[in-house]
Design a protein around this ligand. Sequence first.
Ligand SMILES: Nc1ncnc2c1ncn2[C@@H]1O[C@H](COP(=O)(O)OP(=O)(O)OP(=O)(O)O)[C@@H](O)[C@H]1O
Length: 335
Amino acid sequence: MIHIEHLHKSYQVGGKAVSALRDVNLHIPKGKIFGIIGRSGAGKSTLLRTFNLLERPTGGSVRIDGTDITTLGKTELDRLRQRIGMVFQNFSLLSSKTVGANVEFPLKLAGGHSAEERRRRVDELLELVGLSEHKDKYPAQLSGGQKQRVGIARAIANAPQLLLCDEATSALDPETTQSILALLAEINVRLGLTIVLITHEMQVIRSICDRVAVIDAGQIVETGEVADVFLHPKHPVTRSLVAEYMHDDFDVARVKTADSRRLRLTYVGDAAYQPILTRVVEETRASITILQGAVSRIKGKPYGQLLVEVGDENGEAAAVLDLFRRLDVHCEVLN
Ligand SMILES: Nc1ncnc2c1ncn2[C@@H]1O[C@H](COP(=O)(O)OP(=O)(O)OP(=O)(O)O)[C@@H](O)[C@H]1O
């Protein structure tokens, strides 16, 4: 759907060029939820805003369904923008208009609908985002989560093929964040539209994204399926984002390591529900100490990740490794 090639963006600051994006190459497939994660100032917003040319790149191309949008004239660009919805961190609602009127606004702008058609479409959208009873309220009378639901209804009013979400849940508490993410996941499936979101939170990526790209200092440093990137991060920036998310601050260096092997075990799918550690201890009689662990889900799919210390006084670690691998557990030997 979106092919980004050799994208550059620099800003003039005090007469000097500051690079915000440096040779970004990215492919975003149709119908998926694609996350872009990075720290503050990494270039996330700048990159997302090139997808509808709110930000014009200094070099490179942005092809959407085969068309390089940087070559479009004003009329064609306006038409393209109607096929791309956008959701903002601060909601960007019109405070003097009701919920219904906010959602109706892009339909009026696009034209071609009668008042009755617009009314029906607004009702349908408010039903979809769970706000039917709030149609006549004003934004100030809504909670943050409700405001973002209005933002989402407005963004999809003209049935776009692509929805861009700029830190859509950053202003919300964790519970509301989850409900908004669930709504985005539902919209992705029900309407089949492609979603690209930017975030600085691994939790957002883990909850709903299919693929992820990690951006640092204007460059994409890692990209792939969320489970691969999350469970086997390669780049130092990805590793630190994952470690922070896992609250990985336990001082493992202080644990005794003489005559022992330290392993990182990763298992995905049904294996997460199996008593794998018990089985390995029973069969090998090895001593295994858990140093860190998490069992959770990536986009609904269970996974487990454990850091363990395996006693190796009599060479039993080799048998442990062998058995874990036969049980389809990914093992990384750390010492
Ligand atoms: N209009 C601008 N003029 C000058 N520099 C800019 C402008 N917009 C962004 N930048 C710079 O470009 C870089 C990337 O900014 P961007 O807002 O894309 O990062 P971000 O990853 O979205 O950060 P945050 O999460 O803090 O919003 C930063 O160094 C920023 O200072």
